[in-house]
Design a protein around this ligand. Structure first.
Ligand code: ATP
Ligand code: MG
Length: 420
């Protein structure tokens, strides 16, 4: 019996990795343009961290976490809580009042695996801690939009506001009484959540609950003055940056810590997995985790979903190139070739060779398979005459290449020739 990977846990194969690297590299580069600094946090945390931050009556905490109950630890289902834990633990606010942080890595949620929905998935995650200004919300959203633009993806942006400690409680009461009236139509989970966490009902994926959610009162109409003005300024900020968006009065997001601005980047091209990225403000979270009363805002994008969209759009799949392939023929050639190839690699070239002494035809095939731009053919007779044959694989042109001098000297002259 072969052992296979666990359902929902997937290998990212070499053919896909170039695309993944491109996504990660583009994101990291854009993040840095916005002054974001990278942080890496552990894959496991105390379970309590996620329960306290994400919220007890959420899908993530109720159903999706990989928890080792006896050890009271959990594989992280998202990165914000861990980053805030680290932020507090290292007193990062003392060092710099506004911290701009990003991380890239795997998250774990026990969901039903489908296209674009895995149990181990990967996120690009951005957090700005310590700034309340609505311009920062707009700037953060603009940063997410720029990543998507630079990856050549067209998505739509929806935004909403979830209010604050002041305006959410009265809205909550209003929502509960509305949901009470609809109790018969709600799914079992939502009935249970009506009192515990009524906002979650608005996020339920069941058709019946969705219909009810669309008739529910929206918090947007009941925002307090502060939240209402903040939200208006976020919208002005987005307009000023020419970032198109629509309002979605029913977007509540799946994590409890959100306040005020929330947003999602959506696609119509991944079926039920519509969100490529999402985020929002979490002004009470740091305090709730025992830290200073500092505001924060962030987002996360799913790399699998970005990769799927890019594969769907791809003109040409990305392939790893080789600068030069050394075709060592006969018995004598492999040894000097192995010295030369190591020097080429030290000098920064992507170089490949084969030690098996196979036929020229077989080695040329291999050179093609690794997308070599040049092949240097060195057989016994070439060694004898101290002249290799350098072939440009694109133009098919050949020239002789002197095999005299040290590997360093040969490498330098190859570098000059290949640059042409
Ligand atoms: P969804 O509604 O699709 O379940 P979510 O609201 O649970 O998403 P967030 O917690 O906001 O997602 O995570 C941010 C992003 O991470 C999502 O927009 C999505 O691109 C990605 N993501 C979340 N869960 C998964 C998963 N199980 N598999 C792959 N990507 C995921
Ligand atoms: Mg989810």
């Amino acid at each position: 019996m072969k052992i296979q990977a666990i359902n929902g846990f997937k290998d990212i194969l070499p053919d896909q990795m170039l695309l993944w690297r491109r996504i990660e590299h583009t994101a990291a580069e854009v993040f840095q343009r916005f002054g974001m600094r990278e942080i890496r946090v552990p894959l496991m945390e105390k379970t309590e961290l996620f329960v306290r931050s994400i919220g007890e009556a959420t899908d993530v905490v109720e159903k999706e976490m990989y928890t080792f109950s006896e050890k009271k630890t959990t594989m992280r289902p998202e990165a914000t809580a861990s980053i805030m834990r680290a932020f507090i633990e290292h007193g990062m606010h003392v060092q710099q009042p506004v911290q701009r942080l990003f991380t890239i890595g795997p998250m774990f949620r026990h969901e039903r695996p489908q296209k674009g929905r895995l149990r181990q998935f990967h996120q690009l995650d951005a957090e700005i801690v310590g700034a309340t200004e609505p311009q920062v919300d707009a700037e953060l959203i603009a940063m997410g939009q720029l990543i998507l633009d630079e990856l050549g993806l067209s998505t739509s942006l929806e935004i909403n506001s979830l209010g604050c400690q002041e305006c959410r409680p009265p809205y909550r009461r209003k929502l509960i009484s509305f949901l009470e009236e609809q109790r018969e139509e709600l799914c079992e989970d939502c009935r249970r959540r009506t009192h515990k966490n009524p906002l979650r009902v608005l996020d339920c994926k069941k058709t019946a609950c969705k219909t009810i959610a669309h008739q529910a009162p929206s918090l947007l109409e009941d925002l307090c003055e502060g939240c209402s003005s903040h939200f208006a300024q976020v919208q002005e900020g987005l307009d000023a940056l020419e970032i198109p968006f629509t309002l979605n009065r029913f977007m509540v997001r799946g994590l409890d810590y959100y306040t005020q601005t929330t947003f999602e980047f959506l696609t119509a091209d991944l079926g039920a997995q519509a969100a490529v990225g999402a985020g929002g403000r979490y002004d009470g979270l740091i305090e709730q985790l025992g830290g200073p009363a500092l505001p924060g805002i962030g987002f996360a994008m799913g790399i699998e979903r970005l990769a799927l969209l890019m594969e769907q759009n791809a003109e040409e799949p990305l392939e790893q190139q080789t600068d030069i392939f050394l075709a060592a023929l006969g018995e004598q050639a492999p040894q000097p070739c192995s010295r030369l190839i190591h020097q080429l690699r030290k000098d920064g070239l992507k170089a490949a060779m084969d030690y098996s002494g196979r036929s020229l035809k077989a080695q040329m095939k291999q050179a093609n398979r690794c997308h070599a731009r040049f092949v240097l053919i060195i057989g016994d007779s070439e060694l004898e005459q101290q002249q290799g044959v350098l072939r440009n694989m694109q133009s098919q042109e050949q020239q002789s290449f002197p095999l005299t001098g040290s590997p360093q000297e040969q490498s330098q002259s190859l570098l000059r020739l290949l640059q042409l």
